[in-house]
Write a protein that binds this ligand. Structure first.
Ligand SMILES: Nc1ncnc2c1ncn2[C@@H]1O[C@H](COP(=O)(O)OP(=O)(O)OP(=O)(O)O)[C@@H](O)[C@H]1O
Ligand SMILES: [Mg+2]
Length: 166
């Protein structure tokens, strides 16, 4: 019997560190080829309030973008972040690279579907629009900070639940 009608159980949280470690192991050949220094600084107990398959797609897209923006000797850092915005508390993770950075005039365009500055045929400008779509679906936000020539920082932030605030 096929199980075509079986729906996937909704998972609502995942340990950030193990999710990130899974992605890093998939990207190991790329990281080694590029000789990129990668640092991960996430508390072992930090849980992302997000389905692990969905958040993995977001983190993977951000990592791929960073890998496309760096050169050997650059670095990528993934760290925990907490932040207060407009009287609301958020926490999540940040993916930072010391790569090419983004021109200011593009910063409000990069999340649009099909916006790309890359010349290769494989780059369609899909990654970040997918990331934003998924983060909306998960009730979180994605933010960017970047300067041409100095690197980029993408934050994935989720509002703190009442239990987390206690
Ligand atoms: N870490 C980064 N460093 C520098 N530029 C970036 C970074 N991440 C995104 N960008 C810029 O944002 C644009 C859009 O990114 P997005 O991931 O949506 O598309 P893409 O990477 O060009 O193509 P695709 O993801 O479909 O392969 C990129 O073309 C690039 O100009
Ligand atoms: Mg991309």
């Amino acid at each position: 019997m096929s199980n075509q009608n079986a729906s996937r159980q909704t998972v609502t949280s995942s340990y950030a560190l193990s999710t990130i470690e899974e992605i890093i192991s998939l990207l190991k050949p790329d990281l080694e080829k590029m000789k990129i220094q990668l640092t991960v600084d996430i508390p072992e107990t930090y849980i992302l309030p997000a389905d692990s398959d969905l958040i993995k797609q977001v983190i993977m897209n951000l990592m791929l973008n960073s890998l496309e923006a760096v050169q050997p000797s650059d670095s990528i850092r993934i760290e925990y972040r907490s932040k207060n915005m407009k009287d609301r508390d958020f926490q999540g993770i940040v993916i930072k690279d010391t790569g090419a950075g983004i021109e200011e005039k593009y910063l409000d365009k990069i999340f649009e579907p099909f916006f790309t500055t890359k010349k290769d045929a494989e780059s369609k400008g899909i990654g970040l629009s997918l990331c934003r779509e998924i983060m909306n679906q998960l009730g979180g936000i994605i933010e960017v900070k970047s300067e041409k020539g100095s690197g980029s920082e993408f934050s994935l932030l989720f509002p703190l639940s009442p239990e987390e605030k206690r």
